[in-house]
Design a protein around this ligand. Structure first.
Ligand SMILES: Cc1cc2nc3c(=O)[nH]c(=O)nc-3n(C[C@H](O)[C@H](O)[C@H](O)COP(=O)(O)OP(=O)(O)OC[C@H]3O[C@@H](n4cnc5c(N)ncnc54)[C@H](O)[C@@H]3O)c2cc1C
Length: 396
């Protein structure tokens, strides 16, 4: 079971309302400036730590909020309506935390999870390399056991929270010759920064923060390990080598629910902005909302946005119910993110030239949406996963 803590509807509403107030008061006035400067919003990250978002899915016994995936998805979609990048700080971190919570030893959970829940240690998931994204089994980073330590070598690219973060769940090969290849893959929890001095630990080299089309402000970058040494007992998730591929690809469907929820947020904001704009912008003597060409767009945008919300809620409920949910999570991820892309594009058309301007919110939504199609398993792969799961569920 992915057993969530029961919270009442009233508690959930209070939590979402407090996030809404924060979005209006603290985020809305500064989001554009940080986004356009591609600057890390330290104060907003500190606020999110204080609100408990870095522990949103960590169990209360370790100091987290232990929220259900359903409540979590609602939080992610609301924040994404205002500025999607903010959800990346805590979601990448929670993906790392869930690796420990789901697969870690008792000692690892006791050691890491309380520090993750408060945001005292913040991190992410280090899977991708320059030559291995979808084909994760093609990674080249290695870890070799030397007594009670691991020696790690390799370079990870496109890693969120890699530059400002303190720690990573790192996918490596402990047996590069293994066949099938996944049998030689292992997940390690590797601190990258000295908590006292904030200096990089020996053997860690942070590369460049990548310049991106959207999803700006947050640090996505390169991190290199050169003869880096870590404590094997605390690092080797679950205490067993060869389980890393399963940890990276299975049991973490919450990542896809999160991306779907981001898509819902983008689509919802683009729709709301379009409905409002179409009523005030006039052409041929009347609001463009009275032209059927615009009504056709709004109708389709609204129906697809609602369908994306429902599929995302459906996947979140399935996750909360436990078991394998890659079918539901894959459907939600694919549909909600394609919808975000389409609705943002339609909003751009409705806004005309103003959609192309940085003075209106549409161009940011339009730039943020494509990441969702690529991250957490590309949408090509989602449809393949859906088909495979269907065939496995309904064999003839
Ligand atoms: C902003 C951003 C943040 C990211 N953050 C992280 C992070 O925190 N941690 C992390 O580990 N990674 C992260 N990533 C990497 C992301 O997970 C990868 O980009 C993604 O897995 C796709 O890999 P790729 O880019 O190498 O594409 P490729 O694997 O090169 O794929 C290229 C194209 O080929 C298709 N393709 C590939 N293989 C197949 C196949 N077998 N069948 C059908 N089609 C296929 C793909 O669908 C895609 O269309 C991030 C990426 C971005 C853009």
């Amino acid at each position: 079971m992915n057993a969530p803590t029961e919270i009442t509807e009233a508690d959930e509403r209070a939590l979402l309302d407090s996030i809404d107030r924060w979005l209006i008061k603290k985020v809305a006035p500064v989001a554009d400036a940080f986004e356009q400067a591609d600057e890390y919003p330290h104060e907003l990250v500190a606020d999110m730590c204080e609100m408990g978002l870095f522990g949103a899915l960590i169990e209360p016994e370790y100091g987290g909020l232990g929220l259900s995936a359903l409540t979590y998805a609602k939080i992610v979609s609301r924040i994404s309506e205002e500025w999607m990048s903010l959800t990346g700080f805590f979601n990448s971190h929670l993906m790392m935390a869930l690796v420990v919570q789901k697969f870690g030893t008792e000692r690892q959970k006791d050691h890491w999870l309380p520090k993750f829940a408060t945001g005292e240690l913040r991190g992410g998931l280090g899977l991708t390399e320059a030559d291995a994204g979808t084909d994760l089994q093609g990674i080249r980073a290695t870890a070799r056991r030397e007594g009670d330590r691991y020696r790690v070598n390799g370079a990870k690219l496109w890693i969120t929270n890699a530059i400002e973060g303190d720690i990573l769940a790192l996918l490596v090969k402990t047996d590069p010759e293994a066949t099938p290849r996944h049998r030689g893959m292992t997940m390690l929890i590797v601190p990258t920064r000295d908590p006292e001095t904030r200096q990089d630990l020996p053997g860690v080299r942070r590369g460049r923060k990548l310049a991106k089309l959207g999803y700006r402000g947050i640090d996505t970058g390169e991190i290199v390990f050169e003869d880096y040494l870590c404590d094997a007992d605390l690092a080797l998730v679950g205490g067993e080598e060869g389980q890393g591929f399963a940890m990276a690809t299975g049991g973490l469907e919450i990542g896809r629910v999160n991306v779907a929820a981001r898509g819902v947020g983008i689509a919802r904001r683009a729709l709301k902005e379009s409905v409002a704009y179409a009523q005030v912008r006039k052409s041929m003597g009347k609001p463009i909302a009275e032209h059927q060409a615009i009504q056709l767009k709004l109708g389709e945008m609204a129906a697809k946005t609602r369908a994306a919300e429902l599929l995302t809620e459906d996947a979140a409920r399935a996750y909360d119910g436990g078991g394998r949910v890659d079918l539901e999570a894959g459907m939600a991820k694919w549909f909600a993110t394609e919808t975000a892309f389409e609705v943002a594009t339609e909003a751009m058309r409705i806004f005309g030239a103003n959609g192309y301007s940085k003075e209106y919110p549409i161009e940011r939504l339009y730039r943020d949406a494509p990441l969702l199609i690529i991250g957490e398993g590309t949408n090509e792969m989602q449809r393949i996963i859906i088909a495979r799961r269907l065939i496995a569920r309904y064999p003839v």
